[in-house]
Write a protein that binds this ligand. Structure first.
Ligand code: P1T
Length: 380
């Protein structure tokens, strides 16, 4: 039934039914660590809150439905979700990852998981021939973001799913920048969708969380085992906040995207701006692919100002509505310099980011106020 419903309806109802004991419309925050048993092993589906909690169950079901998939699992952070997917890869196996990813993802891959015998290569996922050439007989997983963080490159999910599967690998897509409202990788052939729910899904910059969604039942069973065995689970209040955020995801993504499109066009015409990167602009190299696989182009923009790193630093310190901060996807607009901030962990690596690159997370304020703020910051 739920599969036939529209995303707007699923965002509000999937996984959620009025509380059977009180009729509460909102899923309660089941703030408990354990659940009583009538006899040994006789319980109502819940034993211990690391293993399962009804508020978390509702969120997991809602996220799976939004991604058009069967199974969802939630974690204490996006990084915990990523780490758990990577535990499907065994020592000696190879992971082919995109060459533009969140700095923390790169750090986890290269500075943690490499020490446990996993092998990583990083390649431009928008170049299919390079991807084919970089696959190895022991490649277990292809890992990508699209749009990427922070360069907003676009990868063709359907084409890469085919390429990965032909090589005997699975495809994992970090869908954090798009959200399921803009893009549903499972339907395009991806095996796993990963989220930092901290971002657009929560949407209000008040909670940290992560999720994995899949249709692969065997992998799901293993991931669920790991979720309990490792224990990086979100608390019930965090799950409640994320569920509440999800209800307005479609509305928010529409406005994030509309505001970002206007701002990208404003920046493209500004003499103080050297280059604007936004998948919704015609001159973006991934525009065609984005048009094919995304509903809209999202709320993230990157740009290079005319000038050096000092100029860039001055701009991000001068905005008044755009807050200087890491993270993204909340109702409020944020501005940052990836090189010394979110992507400090790729400094000195081949993934190093231009020190003048400025990243915007365009929020839901009035777009004219946002443009005026950037105008004054760029003018000074
Ligand atoms: O912060 P956490 O919830 O653990 O999620 C990590 C993560 C995973 N994937 C992507 C694409 C991300 O952007 C992030 C976190 N990113 C930021 C904090 C940032 O400002 O880019």
């Amino acid at each position: 039934m739920t599969n036939q419903l529209h995303l707007e309806t699923l965002a509000i109802h999937a996984g959620q039914t009025p509380d059977p004991t009180t009729g509460a419309v909102m899923t309660p925050i089941y703030q408990t660590s354990t659940f009583v048993q009538n006899g040994v092993g006789q319980h109502k589906g819940y034993e211990y809150a690391r293993t399962g909690n009804p508020t978390r169950t509702a969120l997991e079901a809602c996220l799976a439905a939004l991604e058009g998939a069967h199974y969802g699992l939630c974690f204490a952070s996006g990084m915990a979700a990523i780490d758990t997917v990577l535990r499907l890869v065994k020592p000696g196996q190879h992971v082919l990852a995109g060459n533009d990813v969140y700095g923390g993802t790169y750090r986890l891959f290269v500075r943690v998981l490499s020490e446990y015998g996993l092998h990583f290569d990083f390649v431009d996922m928008s170049d299919l021939d390079r991807v084919r050439a970089a696959l190895k007989p022991n490649t277990r997983l292809v890992w990508l973001e699209t749009p990427t963080n922070p360069l907003l490159q676009i990868a063709d999910i359907a084409a890469l799913a085919e390429i990965a599967h032909a090589a005997g690998a699975q495809l994992a897509v970090d869908n954090t920048f798009a959200s399921p409202y803009l893009q549903q990788p499972i339907g395009l052939g991806a095996d796993f969708v990963i989220h930092s729910t901290t971002k657009y899904l929560g949407g209000h910059s008040d909670v940290v969380g992560g999720a994995i969604v899949t249709n692969d039942i065997a992998a799901h069973e293993r991931l669920k085992f790991l979720q309990n065995a490792v224990g990086a689970v979100p608390g019930p209040l965090d799950c409640f906040l994320t569920l509440r955020g999800l209800k307005t995801l479609p509305l928010r993504m529409e406005r994030h995207s509309a505001n970002a499109q206007r701002i990208a066009e404003f920046l493209a015409d500004h003499p103080g701006v050297k280059q604007v990167v936004y998948p919704g602009l015609n001159d973006h190299p991934g525009h065609r692919v984005a048009q094919k696989q995304m509903r809209l182009y999202g709320g993230m923009i990157s740009f290079l100002p005319v000038g050096d790193a000092t100029t860039a630093k001055r701009i991000v310190e001068r905005t008044q509505i755009f807050a200087l901060a890491e993270s993204l996807g909340g109702v409020e607009s944020l501005i940052e310099l990836p090189a010394p901030m979110t992507h400090a962990s790729v400094a000195g690596s081949p993934l190093q980011v231009d020190p003048t690159l400025i990243r915007l997370s365009v929020g839901l304020e009035h777009v004219d106020d946002l443009i005026a703020d950037l105008q004054q910051a760029l003018a000074a």
